[in-house]
Design a protein. Structure first.
Length: 181
């Protein structure tokens, strides 16, 4: 269901699918077309944009807890691998209503203790298409979500192209959402 809103303040956005950072002015009419992982995909008369969950207030929405970093007091907590995967299931390509885990975009995920405390997560991911301008935005969102997991002090997300992604990598759940089965 589309949802017409008026921006209550100027907001930084990302042009979809190019990935170009832009600014939409206060008072701009937008239609929310997707709410994915705490972020918003909106349409204006000038195109489609992604508004991060951290800027939800500009849409009159509450900033989601997924858009906030974990408190520093949890920096040395043990990290459960399941928590990392669950955090990544809140990351979406703004054009596809399936998370990056179920799309099969996450190739590797490793977590190790850091000598200075906390844990570092290294992740390799790919995209559905090499020319996707949203790649850096999606990777940054994944980094932010990983760093929101208690115990994670640092995350490094790298986009790789080998092996090339294909639809066989989508999970059964993802295929159901996309109507592929």
């Amino acid at each position: 269901m589309d949802d017409l809103r008026t921006l209550t303040r100027e907001v930084e956005v990302t042009l979809i699918p190019q990935g170009t950072p832009m600014t939409l002015p206060e008072g701009e009419a937008v239609t929310i077309t997707h709410r994915l992982g705490g972020n918003f995909t909106v349409m204006t008369h000038n195109g489609m944009f992604r508004i991060s969950g951290a800027n939800a207030d500009a849409l009159g929405e509450e900033v989601s807890s997924a858009a906030k970093h974990a408190e520093a007091e949890g920096a040395n907590a043990p990290v459960a691998t399941d928590d990392l995967w669950e955090a990544l299931k809140t990351v979406f390509d703004p054009e596809i209503p399936v998370n990056i885990v179920d799309l099969g975009l996450v190739y590797s995920l490793e977590c190790a203790e850091r000598p200075e405390g906390g844990h570092k997560v290294d992740m390799n991911m790919t995209l559905t298409a090499p020319g996707c301008g949203m790649g850096p935005v999606i990777a940054e969102d994944a980094k932010m979500r990983l760093e929101s997991v208690p115990g994670v002090a640092e995350a490094d997300v790298e986009i790789v192209w080998d092996p090339p992604w294909n639809q066989d990598m989508i999970t059964e759940e993802g295929k159901m959402v996309l109507g592929l089965i």
